[in-house]
Design a protein around this ligand. Structure first.
Ligand SMILES: Cc1cc2nc3c(=O)[nH]c(=O)nc-3n(C[C@H](O)[C@H](O)[C@H](O)COP(=O)(O)OP(=O)(O)OC[C@H]3O[C@@H](n4cnc5c(N)ncnc54)[C@H](O)[C@@H]3O)c2cc1C
Length: 413
């Protein structure tokens, strides 16, 4: 089958989009991947490896493997800082996009990290976790003070390589696509509305924040004073299985991911005391049962979801919960609280679905074309967590399977 005159546009360069890009490229198909953020790799590239003395099969390393694979394929072109604007045609399609040029010149940047130290707004400069891909530094336009009032140029002025330039120019472009693949992933739940003080108490962080802390500092440091947290609480199901928010689904990955993180912390911080507040533990995955058994012996498991958190005068966190064993209200003091946030439909799903004519499910995800009665546009496909919560391994497998459906579709055409 000769497919070297075929073009596929993938929207989203997370682990699912990158996996599909590699599979399609192996069949000589020309692949364009549009990624709205400055980095390819999606959420998975932001995760930290949870291996202790052995691999615990968290899957975090898969994203980097897929990213370095996709970058090396000559027929895969990744457009970062790029959003799909609209789509026209009935197949083949024309995909119209708008692209911001990166603020950091990757050829000049040597990853020295001086810009991180100079930047006054934490989180504005991002370091990609992809050593195989080279230093991957990017600046978030939405947080950068240069774009606020054009006053701050500290990072640019301090860069010894002259790698940073500020420009807000956007270019528009168009791609021909014989097939379009939606791999726009998920949005992590924003827990600001929950009574846990997220956004008010700096030592209440999300599980995604915790991934960054461990990656950047190796130990679980408190944001307020940089002390290593000893007493740590994990609160599960924040935003998932939550009737109040209307999110009844289980996000599937949170229990495994948080327990692996808890054991990683204990392997690095001998005296860490970890409490795990949960509804019930979802033990998916091969060998997870034996890992879970061992985790239970080292972690205080509390089958309750806390009702409130108070920041004490001593800058500790008082967690209040209903103890199912004693049937009474109890509290416990922690240095740090990690909220295990659920996987929500990607913020742009409704717009994307409207543009493509793809029906959303009742939860707001874009389900795969599994139902024969479901009318979906020909040549449009969906994969990964754009379709619903799933792990990295499941996202990879959905991408591989769908890539073969696309190859079959293009071959027939
Ligand atoms: C805190 C946390 C911990 C986790 N831990 C684990 C774990 O230990 N093991 C595990 O297997 N899984 C874990 N996961 C789940 C894992 O992150 C997902 O399975 C994986 O990231 C899904 O990949 P994806 O490509 O489907 O989506 P994403 O990673 O969300 O990637 C989608 C990409 O599409 C881009 N995009 C979105 N909309 C557009 C648009 N309109 N135009 C262009 N680009 C767009 C996004 O910027 C993003 O880069 C964790 C998730 C969280 C939040």
């Amino acid at each position: 089958m000769n497919l070297n005159n075929k073009h596929v546009t993938i929207i989203g360069a997370g682990v699912a989009g990158l996996t599909a890009a590699c599979c399609l490229a192996d069949w000589d198909i020309h692949v364009s991947v549009l990624e709205k953020t400055p980095f390819p790799g999606g959420h998975a590239i932001q995760l930290t490896c949870k291996a202790t003395d052995t691999c615990v099969k968290c899957g975090a390393c898969i994203a980097e493997v897929k990213l370095s694979g996709a970058i090396r394929k000559p027929n895969v072109h990744i457009f970062t800082g790029t959003q799909m604007e609209s789509i026209s045609g009935q197949g083949p399609y024309r995909v119209h996009y708008r692209s911001h040029s990166p603020l950091v010149n990757a050829d000049r940047c040597n990853g020295c990290g001086i810009c991180f130290k100079k930047c006054p707004v934490p989180g504005t400069i991002l370091q990609g976790q992809a050593p195989r891909v080279g230093p991957y530094v990017a600046i978030r336009r939405d947080l950068c003070r240069y774009f606020d009032n054009a006053a701050c140029t500290l990072c640019r002025d301090s860069c010894p390589q002259g790698a940073i330039h500020f420009s807000n120019e956007a270019t528009a472009g168009e791609l021909k696509a014989d097939a379009v693949l939606v791999a726009t992933g998920f949005s992590p739940y924003n827990p600001a509305a929950k009574p846990y003080g997220y956004g008010l108490f700096q030592n209440v962080i999300t599980s995604l924040d915790a991934e960054r802390v461990l990656r950047d500092h190796y130990l679980m440091k408190r944001p307020t004073d940089g002390r290593t947290a000893q007493r740590i609480a994990f609160i599960q199901c924040v935003g998932s299985r939550d009737a109040k928010s209307g999110h009844l689904w289980c996000s599937k990955i949170c229990c495994g991911s948080s327990l692996r993180m808890a054991r990683l912390i204990q392997s690095r911080q001998e005296n860490a005391e970890i409490s795990f507040f949960y509804i019930d533990v979802q033990t998916f995955g091969k060998n997870f049962h034996s890992f879970y058994k061992e985790a239970q012996e080292n972690i205080k498991m509390i089958r309750a979801i806390p009702g409130d958190i108070i920041n004490t005068k001593m800058d500790e966190l008082q967690v209040i919960y209903f103890d199912p064993d004693t049937h009474s209200s109890r509290d416990a003091i922690f240095d740090l609280v990690v909220l295990s946030v659920g996987l929500m439909p990607s913020a742009g799903n409704a717009r994307m679905a409207g543009e493509l004519g793809w029906p959303l499910d009742t939860q707001g995800f874009m389900p795969p074309r599994s139902s024969p009665n479901q009318p979906v546009p020909k040549g449009v496909f969906t994969i990964g967590t754009a379709t619903g919560p799933m792990s990295i391994a499941e996202s990879v497998s959905s991408a591989e399977q769908t890539a073969f459906e696309i190859i079959h579709f293009l071959g027939e055409r």
